[in-house]
Design a protein around this ligand. Structure first.
Ligand code: BTN
Length: 245
């Protein structure tokens, strides 16, 4: 991606919005340039992967960035992993050592602190645009639904630090800018592997109606997960979820 990424003069901030990804998509369709950033403090209809909702209370960082990469779709396979590494580096700048769960989550203390959702619009081989959405839990949510308590946490609870959303956003955008320039060479995959919360674990795999247990043994350079089944066969997973047991 060699465009003039992240002219942050094009930044929009909302106290509350339904979804920063939705607004960013609308702006992209109207021609907003690469690097346009939509930031909110709260989302009322945050979107997650696989059509799920993303719980987005006050006190989080909800960020979407418009990308206009001039590359073919297959070169974008590892985009989410690349952004996960950017968020990982941003947290490391702030003294926080998170891990990366395949494919799009960051974990701290065994629970999720961040999710990433990349959504694109394609009319040919190249994308018209991609929206890279990042949701990071900064502070505890007193109204966190009971069902999410065992699986979701936030930076303040885990580290005792109250990090300003703007600081965090700045670090993330800086690392995205430098990592996306070299998306094609996949050099970020070394960090994606090193800080993985998935590799080396037995995982519960879910792909649509399919569910099975396997051992996570590696990633391809496109960030597909390589697993070994109990019968010794290996499989490369391009999609789905893999939850460590
Ligand atoms: C996931 O965990 O499944 C991905 C969650 C991605 C959430 C972010 S928050 C900012 C942006 N706007 C959205 O509606 N979703 C993404």
């Amino acid at each position: 991606m060699q465009n003039q990424l992240f002219n942050i003069k094009n930044a929009l901030y909302f106290e509350e919005i339904d979804s920063t990804n939705r607004i960013a998509r609308e702006l992209a369709q109207q021609g907003a340039p690469e690097g346009t950033v939509v930031h909110a403090s709260r989302q009322t209809a945050g979107r997650g992967r696989l059509g799920r909702a993303f719980h987005s209370p006050q006190g989080g960082l909800y960020l979407s960035v418009i990308l206009r990469p001039t590359v073919r779709a297959d070169e974008l396979l590892a985009l989410t992993a690349c952004i996960a590494v950017a968020v990982h580096r941003a947290l490391r700048d702030l003294g926080i050592k998170a891990s990366i769960k395949w494919v799009n989550d960051l974990f701290l203390g065994g629970r999720k602190i961040c999710g990433i959702l990349c959504e694109g619009q394609f009319s040919g081989e190249m994308p018209d645009f991609i929206i890279a959405g990042i949701g990071l839990n900064l502070r505890p949510d007193p109204a966190l639904p009971e069902a999410l308590r065992p699986i979701v946490t936030d930076l303040a609870t885990e580290t005792g630090q109250c990090i300003a959303a703007e600081d965090c956003a700045q670090h993330i955008l800086t690392h995205m800018q430098s990592l996306l320039r070299n998306l094609a060479d996949r050099s970020f995959m070394a960090e994606y592997r090193e800080f993985s919360a998935t590799l080396g674990h037995d995982v519960q795999i879910r792909q649509g109606d399919r569910s099975c247990i396997a051992h996570a043994i590696g990633y391809t350079d496109d960030a597909a997960l390589i697993v070994r089944h109990p019968d010794g066969t290996e499989e490369i997973l391009q999609s789905g979820t893999a939850t460590s047991l």
